[in-house]
Write a protein that binds this ligand. Structure first.
Ligand code: ADP
Length: 289
């Protein structure tokens, strides 16, 4: 059984369809990246999963429990990192950590992450930079050793070095059996750390794929330079896109079988030819066409 099971989730704010019929599952120990640009509906989905807001339609089931009916019980099992952290300005980091510790947090985990992130817990929150506030949020989300981590843009405000520390922390948790659901607008981050990706666009899930499958999707970029005369219309064929004309040549994309394209190209006197597997970035753009 899936650890997270979201079915036909819809959340409308008046006429705005923030989340429009989204379904996905996440398996135990999986790191699921919920990828999309700002305004795509990521935070709204997460807020429904956490039962901070109620969906217009659809269900969220986590660890076999209903996100609405079993909300109190579920919150004990979930480590949550908001994209919009609310902390007490007058408290120090240590006071926040002690508070979570009294609920169900583990001091040894907090200590380990404090060291990893070089976090100073003795400063009052009001004097912390946004990066340091984020570190505190991360410590509080991880220190209960939760079965599930739900994080909204977890590397927000962290510099690249600390982002890497965060990726290692996420990977370590997943290895120990924690299931991770994280949103991101950063493709290379999802590529770096996630096993599976759900791509959300205008409230709809346009694709759910394992990162490996996504990379194996046969999409090529082809750059051809011609010594003879060519006409771009020759290359109008199934699965081939003409990205742009470049001096003396063409930049093309090819999907699936490239034999027909190669045959057409070989009828020409070529100066140079380059065929590359498309980057994850290009594959992503395909979904956003
Ligand atoms: P993301 O997290 O991907 O940036 P959001 O879930 O925050 O996207 O927003 C999705 C859409 O829903 C946006 O158009 C946003 O303006 C709208 N939206 C989000 N929250 C509210 C709200 N409380 N009231 C009205 N519209 C909202």
């Amino acid at each position: 059984m899936s650890v997270i099971d979201v079915k036909k989730l819809k959340k409308y704010f008046g006429k705005t369809k923030a989340v429009d019929d989204i379904s996905f599952t996440v398996e135990k120990g999986e790191i699921f990246g919920f990828l999309g640009p700002n305004g795509a509906g990521k935070t709204t989905t997460i807020r429904c999963m956490m039962d901070f807001i109620r969906p217009t339609e659809g269900t969220v089931n986590i660890l076999g429990l209903d996100a609405q009916k079993d909300s109190v019980e579920l919150k004990k099992k979930i480590g949550y990192l908001s994209g919009n952290l609310r902390l007490y300005n007058k408290w120090t980091g240590r006071e926040h950590i002690d508070f979570v510790s009294k609920l169900n947090g583990k001091d040894d985990i907090a200590k380990e992450i404090i060291e990893k992130f070089h976090f100073n817990p003795d400063q009052k929150v009001k004097s912390l930079s946004s990066g340091n506030k984020q570190k505190l949020g991360i410590i509080m989300a991880f220190m209960t050793n939760p079965e599930i981590l739900i994080m909204d843009e977890p590397t927000n405000a962290l510099d690249p070095l600390l982002q890497n520390t965060m990726y290692e922390l996420i990977e370590e948790s997943a290895k120990n059996g924690t299931t991770v659901f994280m949103s991101s607008h950063n493709l290379s981050e999802v590529d770096r750390v996630c096993h599976k990706v759900g791509i959300i666009k205008d409230g709809k899930m346009v694709a759910t794929e394992s990162i490996r499958n996504l990379k194996e999707k046969r999409l090529y970029t082809v750059t051809a330079y011609f010594s003879d005369i060519f006409d771009k219309n020759e290359f109008v064929m199934e699965g081939v896109g003409i990205t742009k004309e470049i001096p003396g040549g063409l930049l093309l994309t090819a999907k699936g079988d490239i034999n027909e394209l190669v045959a057409k190209l070989s009828g020409h006197n070529l100066k140079d030819l380059q065929i590359e597997h498309a980057s994850l970035e290009d594959i992503f753009l395909e979904f956003y066409e």
